[in-house]
Design a protein around this ligand. Structure first.
Ligand SMILES: [Zn+2]
Length: 507
């Protein structure tokens, strides 16, 4: 019987881009080596994009498991550092293989762990690999720190307010520096970062429009806000070069004077303690409200009030909008039931809930609905998944039967078994996710609990906070349906009259 070898290949993420290290190249050379030695290949284990400094690699873990069976008698690699870059790990692995009577060989390094001399030589190679790695890391970290201590800036190649002249050297760019000063000024005047972001997106008078346009248009307010927070915290603007928490006097000119910068840091600290509720949670009906025309869910949406006289009274107009409206989904979606005012919809729902509590009047049954196109997609996906899962299981059974009849396992069969198992796992996982999304919520309360809660409804509606009211809605309201009452004529407002119907869970 010829020797059974298994092949182990690995590249790290950095190595993936370098030539000569590719998985395919490693594998082909290992296969050729096995052919030359007339060895059988019992398995190929591939860790693509995993560092050699860690032991926790999927293919390596499988290999270590399989080494305990009689699948192979030899582990073959292209170079020792493919298996591990740490001497301690290397020693432990070789020891583990040894106990399972599995040898370890490198194609390019002349030794064999079936001899003591080979083991010693291998450990030496491992030591060199580890040392070299440490050196590279230290050299580059030291180099960066040294440059920062000398006042050069390390990091981002683009920084609002500065131009990079050459590596690490900054020059103030007057037009965009004005934007940075304006941001600090606004923030210290008490304006929130999201509001500052919105101002920038909408355009600010007095700032060079070209800069603002280039930097902030076509970007979402939330990503602009993240960028503003980053700018506000960055010591580079106060003239520092920074590494970690250490600051050094920079070689570049400051844009913000030190006092202003320190005030901003103090503000950031104190404002972090104020809870900043995301506006999404303000919409009570999210997840329950449905378009009566196409069956899609509706989502909370707000538009800034553009009227300068009314803006300070009501900064936003708020709506629930149909998800399949063409205004949001592009041309393929044609529902013209654009939306309904948030206030109106919520008033109707809270009123109905109050009625339910006081007089026990159940909400009217909602009109029969077309199936939600998004849910329909999910149901279709569920069917597909169930079908493919059944197919994968049948294939696996057939494969097992074939193996029983001809028990000569070759590498191809083994990897096929593994592939099928992985495919099944993936399908089952997605199926679980889809089923969870399709499942409908419900009150999940016992009868007495429901009655007690119902008695409490008026008190909660009058006095409780937003979150409690939301919770209450989730408990009782199955769905809220928004149906157009009159068909819109052409050029008519998108907010033509709607009827809002509330459907409660059966009590
Ligand atoms: Zn719709």
């Amino acid at each position: 019987m010829s020797l059974h070898a298994c092949l182990y290949c690995r590249v790290s993420t950095e190595e993936q881009s370098r030539e000569g290290f590719s998985i395919l190249a490693q594998r082909d050379r290992l296969m050729a080596f096995c052919r030359a030695q007339s060895w059988d290949v019992a398995g190929i284990y591939v860790d693509d994009g995993h560092s050699g400094a860690k032991l926790d690699r999927p293919a390596l873990s499988r290999l270590r498991q399989d080494a305990k069976t009689d699948l192979f008698q030899l582990v073959l690699v292209w170079k020792v550092d493919r298996l591990s870059r740490k001497v301690a790990h290397l020693a432990a692995l070789v020891d583990e293989f040894d106990r399972a009577h599995v040898a370890f060989r490198s194609v390019t390094e002349p030794f064999d762990t079936s001899h003591a001399a080979g083991r010693a030589f291998m450990q030496m190679l491992g030591v060199f690999a580890e040392l070299e790695r440490e050196n590279i890391r230290e050299r580059s970290a030291l180099g960066i720190r040294k440059r920062v201590e000398q006042g050069f800036v390390h990091g981002r190649p683009t920084m609002l307010g500065y131009r990079f002249v050459e590596k690490g050297k900054l020059e103030v760019d007057p037009a965009s520096a004005a934007v940075v000063r304006w941001i600090f000024g606004q923030y210290l005047a008490g304006v929130g970062t999201l509001r500052i972001a919105q101002h920038l997106i909408n355009g600010v008078s007095g700032l060079q429009t070209e800069v603002v346009y280039r930097e902030f248009r076509h970007v979402s307010a939330h990503s602009v806000r993240d960028r503003i927070s980053w700018i506000l915290k960055n010591p580079i603007y106060a003239g520092y070069a920074a590494i970690g928490d250490d600051l050094y006097a920079g070689r570049h000119e400051a844009i913000i004077d030190l006092t202003t910068w320190q005030q901003a840091q103090a503000q950031i600290q104190s404002r972090q303690n104020i809870p900043n509720r995301a506006h999404a949670s303000r919409y009570l009906l999210t997840g329950r409200i449905i378009c009566g025309q196409c069956g899609a869910r509706m989502f909370g949406y707000r538009q800034p009030n553009r009227s300068p006289e009314a803006r300070h009274i009501r900064p936003y107009y708020e709506y629930y909008c149909c998800r399949s409206n063409s205004g949001f989904q592009g041309r393929n979606w044609t529902c013209d039931n654009w939306g309904v005012k948030r206030e109106h919809a919520e008033e109707v729902v809270l009123g109905a809930l109050r009625g339910l509590a006081v007089e026990g009047i159940p909400g009217r049954a909602a009109p029969s609905l077309p199936e939600d196109p998004f849910t329909a997609d999910l149901s279709r996906r569920r069917q597909e998944l169930q079908a493919s899962l059944g197919q994968a299981e049948r294939r696996q059974r057939n494969l097992f039967r074939a193996i029983e009849e001809a028990p000569d396992l070759d590498a191809a069969v083994l990897s096929r078994v593994r592939e099928l198992a992985e495919e099944q796992k993936r399908l089952a996982l997605e199926l679980a996710v889809v089923e969870k999304a399709l499942r409908n919520g419900g009150p999940g309360l016992s009868r007495p609990e429901v009655e007690r809660l119902l008695q409490d409804v008026p008190r909660i509606l009058d006095a409780a906070g937003h979150d409690q009211i939301r919770e209450l809605l989730r408990t009782f309201v199955r769905r809220v349906v928004v149906t157009p009452v009159e068909r819109p004529s052409k050029g008519h407002s998108r907010l033509f009259p709607k009827e809002v119907t509330v459907e409660f869970y059966p009590l």
